[in-house]
Each structure stands twice: as C-alpha cells, then as structure tokens.
Design a protein around this ligand. Structure first.
Ligand code: CIR
Length: 253
C-alpha cells in the first residue's frame, strides 16, 4: 500500500522539454490543468500528495519520477542520464530529507533515470537504456543490497525508459507492449498484452488496487478492468508530447 505521492508543478518552460515524440509543443495551460486532475486522481486513491513548486530552470522537472527511487527502506536520488535534467535532483533530495527518509544517491559516472526502474515487491527490474548505464545499475544494485533488496538489469532496445513499455499491476500481473511481450525476464508474470496502436497506454500506474490509465485507450482500459481493477482515466496528452507517461509525473511510496 502506498500512502504518499510527490509531484512537481510543470513550469512554463515545460514547452522546451526534451522530446522525440513529433507531436508538437505542449499547451502549457492545458498541461497545468491535466496536472491538477492527475493530483486529484492520486488523492482519490487515498494518497497524501506533497507538491513541489515549479522550477523554470528545468523544463522536464515535472517528470519527477526520474529523479528518485523511493523504497520502503530509503530514497535513492538518481543521476539523470540527460545532462539538462541533472539539477532537478536537488529539490527532490531536500523534500525527501524533510520527510525524514534515509537518502542515498547515485554518483557519476553512473547515470540512472528512475523511469527505468520497476518495483516488484523487494526486487527491482532496471532497464539499461540511453539514460541508465551499467555503472548506474551497479550502484543501485549495491545500495538495494545494503537494505536487503535485489535488482536485475533488463537491456532495452526501442523505448525511452523501461516503464514506457511495461507496468506492474501487482498480483504477478504485468501490462506490456512491444519488445516486452517476448522478453525472457517477464515470462513468469501474467502478461496483459497492450495492442500496438495503444502502446502509449502500457505506462499505467497501480495505486492501492486502482489503476491510473491514460485517457483515450479503451482497449487497454478494458483489458485492465477485465482483471478486476478499478481504473481512473487521466488525460496526459500534453505530457505525451514530451515522451512522458502517467508514471513519470509522480513518486509514490
Ligand atoms: C525526458 O526526455 O527526459 C522527458 N521529456 C520525459 C521523461 C519521461 N519520464 C519517464 O518516462 N519516466
């Protein structure tokens, strides 16, 4: 069960965030409204939401998930793979310390985006991507070991982050698209295959037996509901324009 979420308000400079989506620039007012609705959805799942102020120095900083992995034993501040995002970590570190969490950190030359990390109980699957390197994975792995947790690496080929293409819905159930459907690492899970046309919806968020699903992907929503979950649709169109999904917009712990 999660009790808390942390989000960071999108800054106006969001429109200049990193993007390979080719979907045009986000509309800032719409992004703000969608972010508010996202916060309300987190609250509807019973979470207390800690809100960090917008920071114009970091266009991508609303994608707070990448900056920290929060485990039941400690918070691990990452070293984001994109240079323009490295400075995002200081406000998150402060906020984690203010909550009284034990804080660890990944150091250069290791790089790690926590969008590459999927938690399955006390085991963490970590995508090796353009953002997360082997050194970052090894540092993470040894930090997790120190607290009695484990990690395994999953080399990625087509997606930005591991959780771009896969979401753990607890109960040994994985929502998966594309390259993840055939990866040996995932064959022991019950796989819910996301249709290629709805690949964006492979990034959903399980919170206390509810699942946040991006708006506009009816087949995936149906697939999840058929398994007995209650879904909450949240429009993420403006964040999608920057390659961001629903999970990227919060830390949940
Ligand atoms: C980036 O390229 O870093 C941002 N525009 C999007 C980050 C999305 N985060 C995530 O998938 N965890």
């Amino acid at each position: 069960m999660f009790t808390t979420a942390m989000v960071k308000i999108p800054c106006k400079n969001l429109v200049n965030g990193i993007s390979n989506a080719n979907l045009g620039k986000p509309d800032y007012s719409l992004a703000l409204a969608q972010h508010t609705r996202y916060r309300e959805a987190l609250e509807a799942c019973g979470l207390e939401v800690v809100v960090l102020a917008a920071d114009e120095n970091y266009p991508d900083s609303t994608f707070i998930e990448d900056t920290c992995l929060v485990t039941p034993h400690c918070a691990i501040i990452t070293n984001p793979g994109a240079e323009t995002r490295r400075g995002e970590i200081s406000s998150v570190k402060k906020a984690m310390e203010a909550l009284g969490l034990t804080v660890e950190a990944i150091q250069a030359p290791g790089t790690l985006d926590a969008g590459d990390i999927m938690m399955v109980g006390s085991h963490f699957l970590v995508g090796l991507s353009l953002r997360t390197n082997k050194n970052g994975f090894e540092q993470l792995s040894s930090l997790l070991r120190k607290y009695g947790m484990t990690a395994a690496a999953v080399p990625l080929t087509t997606v930005l982050h591991l959780k771009t293409g896969i979401s753990y819905l607890e109960n040994n159930t994985l929502l998966a698209a594309g390259e993840f459907l055939n990866k040996p690492e995932f064959q022991s899970f019950t796989l819910l295959p996301v249709d290629e046309r709805e690949a964006y919806a492979a990034n959903c968020v399980w919170i206390n037996d509810r699942v946040l699903v991006p708006m506009g992907f009816p087949e995936t929503k149906h697939l999840i509901e058929e398994k007995g979950y209650t879904t909450i649709e949240v429009d993420a169109s403006e964040f999608r324009k920057l390659d961001g999904g629903l999970s990227c917009l919060s830390l949940r712990f």
